[in-house]
Design a protein around this ligand. Structure first.
Ligand SMILES: [Fe+2]
Ligand SMILES: [Fe+2]
Length: 174
């Protein structure tokens, strides 16, 4: 699959998740995950090359700048608990801005890229995008242990253990 078709296919997933994300914390998290992977890999396997072509540079930089704006809106939405009345409003705004960006890519940038890149290069980049996307979306992070001391006094305790202060106190208590 060439990179343009692969990107358009993933846009479909993003549109669906954006619709589901309003007021649904689980769908919002899934949307956030796909969006971050999409932007990162779209920049690495598409815009990093497109922006090197003089006639496409300005449009490419504008599109990458829109990624940054979308991520700022995303960060803003993340600060609201899902039950907060403004959460759904924030996610709706995020979905609208994202949809506008996806529409613009599909209407203007992708057709331009098809004219500027060789079919073999589009195909090679598509393979890399799909492989990276699947790897990143399926990555499983190890669970942190539940007994991590978050009181902030961990270093003092370690020091006391090192000096044997704990056992010294026990001995003097006897
Ligand atoms: Fe994009
Ligand atoms: Fe995209």
């Amino acid at each position: 699959m060439d990179v343009v078709d692969a990107l358009i296919e993933h846009h479909g997933v993003l549109r669906k998740l954006a619709d589901q994300a309003e007021g649904d914390a689980t769908a919002f998290e899934e949307f956030r995950r796909h969006l971050v992977v999409h932007h990162t890999m779209e920049e690495k396997y598409f815009y990093d090359f497109l922006q090197q072509i003089a006639s496409a540079r300005k449009d490419s930089l504008e599109a990458v700048n829109e990624h940054h704006i979308i991520e700022l809106i995303l960060k803003d939405a993340e600060d609201f608990p899902p039950e907060h009345e403004r959460f759904a409003i924030k996610v709706e705004g995020l979905g609208e801005y994202t949809a506008h960006h996806l529409d613009e890519e599909e209407a203007d940038i992708f057709p331009m890229a098809r004219q500027l890149f060789a079919a073999s290069d589009l195909s090679a980049l598509g393979g890399l995008f799909l492989e990276a996307k699947d790897t990143l979306l399926n990555v499983g992070l190890p669970q942190a242990p539940s007994g991590i001391d978050t009181t902030g006094s961990g270093a003092a305790k370690s020091l006391a253990r090192g000096l044997g202060i704990g056992s010294l106190k026990k001995m003097t208590r006897r």
